[in-house]
Design a protein around this ligand. Structure first.
Ligand SMILES: [Zn+2]
Length: 304
């Protein structure tokens, strides 16, 4: 099974503190790395937690509040200084292209690699990214400006060959591949061995969803239904429910309600307010609704 996990680089909200960084996280699948959001200081966090950078070819920016992308120009410039040649894909609201271009222009910087922008508002009814193993889709969140969540879905893997089948029939590599794909096995005398008798089901595909920033909205439920791990913002606590609604953010309990209604396996809370150095009450309020909840911790990786 390919490794599939997320490393939290920043789980704070807009106001900086000495104990948490603005939003950023790195999703790893196999050797590939996907960066979600790039708040100020993201590249320092990457160095601190030794994430590497060379396998990042795709960056997803949820929205254009500064705490979700102010670190991007720095990271792009550092990639240039590292001598990067590989093109980089950025999936973001349209205006980000202008912001980045004017920053590069003003400093007379010519990156020695190509940037491809993909505008989130223009991509509909298809994944943002797809390879043989995973697909990445986006969906609208409910925030003060256009904001998107992302869901990473592993594709169903090949069927597993039973050891007894390989030992008994010693099939060619070509035939093994066909059986893994689900075809029956044909013997030289013409007899057919049904696929179900010689293979096992592949492991269930895994999935991960990122939802930040957003007010409570059940419109996201179809997109995140049954994911293995949900990262959801929890900027406020129960006493601040009105403020959460005013500012288009969520309370920890609202994040938990979403987790429970979407029947996800596990909830990871983040986008913590600078007000809360101690966050245990957020955890308790969420757990009262959805027990399999954790507070995200910067630098920690979470298996999906
Ligand atoms: Zn925001």
């Amino acid at each position: 099974m390919n490794p599939f996990y997320v490393i939290i680089l920043g789980n704070g909200s807009a106001v900086p503190t000495s104990f948490q960084n603005p939003t950023s996280q790195l999703v790893a699948y196999g050797k590939k790395r996907f960066l979600i959001d790039c708040g100020e200081g993201t590249q320092i966090q990457m160095i601190k937690y030794k994430t590497g950078h060379s396998n990042i070819n795709n960056i997803f920016i949820s929205h254009l509040h500064g705490d979700h992308f102010f670190g991007l120009i720095g990271l792009l410039n550092t990639f240039h200084l590292y001598g990067r040649k590989t093109a980089l894909n950025i999936y973001a609201p349209r205006e980000l292209k202008k912001v980045i271009e004017i920053q590069l222009e003003a400093s007379k910087s010519n990156l020695n690699y190509t940037l491809f922008f993909h505008f989130l508002e223009e991509i509909k009814n298809r994944p943002l990214y797809e390879d043989n193993h995973i697909s990445i889709e986006h969906f609208s969140l409910k925030h003060r400006i256009p904001t998107y969540g992302f869901v990473f879905r592993e594709k169903i893997g090949q069927r597993k060959l039973m050891k007894s089948f390989v030992e008994e029939y010693n099939p060619s590599v070509e035939k093994m591949y066909a059986v893994k794909e689900g075809l029956d096995y044909e013997l030289e005398d013409g007899r057919i061995i049904p696929n179900a008798e010689i293979t096992l089901d592949p492991p269930p595909p895994r999935s991960y969803a990122f939802c930040s920033d957003t007010a409570y909205t059940e419109e996201i439920l179809p997109f995140i239904k049954n994911v293995d791990l949900l990262y959801h913002e929890s900027t406020f606590d129960n006493s601040q429910e009105n403020m959460a609604a005013d500012k288009f953010h969520s309370t920890a309990a609202q994040a938990a309600t979403i987790a429970q209604k979407a029947t996800v396996k596990k909830l990871l809370l983040g986008h913590f307010s600078a007000r809360f150095k101690e966050k245990n009450h957020l955890l308790q309020e969420a757990k009262a609704v959805f027990s399999n909840t954790e507070l995200s911790v910067e630098g920690r990786s979470y298996d999906i």
